[in-house]
Design a protein around this ligand. Sequence first.
Ligand code: TRP
Length: 337
Amino acid sequence: MTSGTNRQRPVVLSGVQPSGRLTIGNYLGALKNWLPLHTEYDCHYMLVDLHSISVRQAPADRLERCYEFIALYIACGLDPDRNVLFVQSHVPAHSELAWILNCYTQYGELQRMTQFKDKSARHVDNVNAGLFCYPVLMAADILLYGAHRVPVGDDQRQHLELTRTVAQRFNREHGETFVVPETMTPPVGARIMGLQNPEAKMSKSEDAETNAIYLLDEPKRVERKIKRAVTDMDGGIRFDPDTKPGVSNLMSILSACTGDSFETIARDYDGKGYGTFKQAVADAVIAVLEPIQQHYTEIRADEEGLRGVLRAGAARASERAGGTMERVHHALGFIPA
Ligand code: TRP
């Protein structure tokens, strides 16, 4: 696989839908781990606005989410000079490659996607073709940049597997065209569960307000939510997700915020009661969120500045995408333009 000149660093790419609200799970479990990756990888992070239209959302809300998420990414420490930050719709090649890959993806393969089954059950009145072809657009996102590594949550593994299948199928038929990507699980990644339902991951879009801590929640609200988090009757502070999912989740949150190990946390708080422990968790979360929120307010206020970041990101992304599209057109026997 040729990857052009002077491009030794492997490519990382991930995307987020501009819907719902970013949570401490998104930060502690994903974003925070992305911050140092630029030293080893050529990192691309994008807002997948084209994906987001597969489910109805008011345009004004989508626009707000886009500004909010990109500003939050930067406020969390993703440096636009060291990472390519962009919006999917600014690079038209995503839609174009998605069409091409549609012709290399089997109907039956898409029917088996569990996210499609879930979403079509949840939105019975709008099971559109975009929802069905969603994973193909995602494959296009990834293959367009020759991404070697894709940091995603468990819920996206099946889509990544399909991306690999489609890339391999195309390569087999037309010669080496695409890099076959792999998922990336960060060495340390907290898996943050819901506060009310600690058996399931904290979600940015499906949870009841009290189940998640949002990055823009004010301190009082954070404290209230943590104080009301589900625990158990046994009273001990031990990391044991099977029998003590609530307490273990709060320990994960505390550990991710302070860097303290579970052993240290157990030693510091066992026997002190859940009230004291929860206060410590709340204080730690607030200490992490405060600087992010301050930084966010400044960045979000400058929409022109944000658009400048996104324009620069799209220009860099387009350059790489253009090279891939040329190879794809050639592989397919399209007349060079
Ligand atoms: N489908 C992903 C999600 O819902 C978002 C996404 C779209 C993505 N394109 C991507 C993630 C490319 C990684 C790479 O979480």
